[in-house]
Ligand binder design. Structure first.
Ligand code: FES
Length: 130
């Protein structure tokens, strides 16, 4: 593994960005990796333009799951809900910057699954709230 990316992943694991909780979030989603039981929750604050104004995540998991979710929160902040809902696994792999083995792919994609669930759920709920 390239040293830069190893250090980058470890930095996000040890000092996760946007870790914690929001007061009165507009959207919350959570999910568990069924293979290991690790869990991630994501909370969003959405502005009146439909953009992610703030984001927090919490939970526990391996270095890849925590680091990739930390990186993803930085990617998602400022995005529209539609753009966040369209994020693909390529965005996560680009953030992580290293090849992920098939057995670790569920770890790397756990945060993405939760973010998309929060974004899609909020898009679906939005018209009802107007
Ligand atoms: Fe559980 Fe990676 S080992 S999410």
């Amino acid at each position: 593994m390239d040293d830069f990316y190893r250090d980058y992943i470890l930095d996000h694991y040890r000092n996760p960005r946007n870790f914690g909780h929001l007061e009165h979030p507009d959207a919350v989603a959570e999910d568990t990796n069924p293979l290991c039981g690790d869990h991630i929750k994501i909370e969003l604050r959405v502005d009146d333009q439909g953009k992610i104004a703030d984001i927090r995540f919490s939970g526990k998991g391996c270095a890849i799951s925590q680091a990739s979710t930390s990186m993803l929160t930085e990617t998602a902040k400022g995005m529209t809900l539609e753009a966040a809902a369209r994020l693909t696994k390529d965005a996560v792999l680009e953030n992580v910057g290293i090849g992920i083995s098939p057995t670790r792919m569920k770890c790397a994609m756990l945060g993405l699954r939760v973010l998309k669930s929060a974004a899609i759920g909020t898009i679906a709920a939005w018209p009802d709230e107007e």
